[in-house]
Design a protein around this ligand. Structure first.
Ligand SMILES: [Zn+2]
Length: 292
């Protein structure tokens, strides 16, 4: 029977590959692990990559933050597993807070109340299965998890750590990127040139700031979200010039190692403990820092 689908309507491009190029399943990645794998391995700590689906200048994929957060989480989980930990990387949450970017085509916004509901349901599910430790691996600067984490920890009993992967390995970032930028700039473009070089086919815009910071907002403590398209006409914040796959790889590997460190150390503590441990000294002399 002839196919109702006329292949001559496909404009161009190579046919899909029969062999996807995927390797064997990684038991620390939930999308790849079988139930049998999970019963054997019994993960003790979950990593939840959380991205955004939004414009990244003219040249990077809309899924850039999802790709980055997932890749860092998966690489960190591989390293941590090699060091005896039992992490599991959950499927990424693809949407983030993009309330100021909704004039940009096919940019999707997830409200804070929806994000809270998602996080609470993920946490409640994990707790029922004996997984009481969750690391959110955030890939989007517009996501702010602190109040959500406080509420979800209270409601479910889970313990959550938030990691903004792009803030990891600051010394490596400083040594690697002369001008990292903060959105689709040198750092992010380098990461995608490392992770998905075949997806970078367009020329970027300059990633410039086109609006002045209003007087009074240019002091510490004052803040309002940027009306993104007014401030950044090509949606980029930072000049992608100078981005290379080698720079992306250097930062990627350092960030994954930093995250793996946290996972290994936390996983080594007895169930229910950590990430903080009492020092047996209630004087407060050992307090290292407070970030609220
Ligand atoms: Zn991004």
């Amino acid at each position: 029977m002839p196919s109702p689908f006329d292949p001559t309507t496909i404009a161009s491009g190579p046919p899909p590959e029969a062999d996807s190029g995927f390797g064997p399943p990684r038991p620390w990645v939930l999308l790849e692990a079988s139930y049998g794998d999970l019963l054997d391995r019994r993960p003790t700590l979950a990593l939840l990559p959380w991205g955004a689906t939004e414009a990244h200048n003219l040249h990077l994929p809309h899924g850039t933050d999802v790709i980055e957060a997932s890749a860092v989480a998966e690489a960190a989980a591989a390293l941590a597993t090699a060091h005896g930990a039992r992490p599991i990387v959950l499927p990424a949450i693809p949407y983030g807070n993009d309330a100021q970017q909704l004039d940009q085509v096919a940019t999707i916004h997830l409200s804070t109340r929806a994000a809270l509901a998602v996080l609470e349901d993920v946490a409640a599910s994990l707790v029922r299965q004996g997984i009481g430790r969750l690391v959110i691996v955030n890939g989007h600067g517009g996501n702010d998890f602190k109040p959500l984490v406080r509420d979800v920890m209270l409601a479910t009993g889970i313990t959550i750590v938030v990691v903004d992967f792009f803030r990891l390995a600051p010394a490596v970032a400083a040594a690697t990127f002369p001008d990292p930028g903060d959105h689709a700039g040198q750092l992010e473009t380098s990461l995608i040139l490392h992770l998905r070089p075949q997806w970078v086919t367009r020329r970027p815009g300059p990633g410039a700031r086109a609006a002045l910071l209003p007087r009074g907002l240019d002091q510490p403590g004052a803040w309002t979200p940027r009306p993104w398209s007014v401030v950044h006409p090509d949606t980029g914040s930072g000049d992608p010039a100078g981005a290379t796959a080698a720079r992306g790889r250097a930062f990627f590997e350092a960030a994954a190692a930093g995250l793996a460190d946290l996972v290994v150390a936390w996983d080594a503590l007895p169930p229910g403990a950590g990430p903080f441990e009492p020092r047996g000294d209630a004087s407060g002399a050992g307090a290292e820092r407070s970030d609220g």
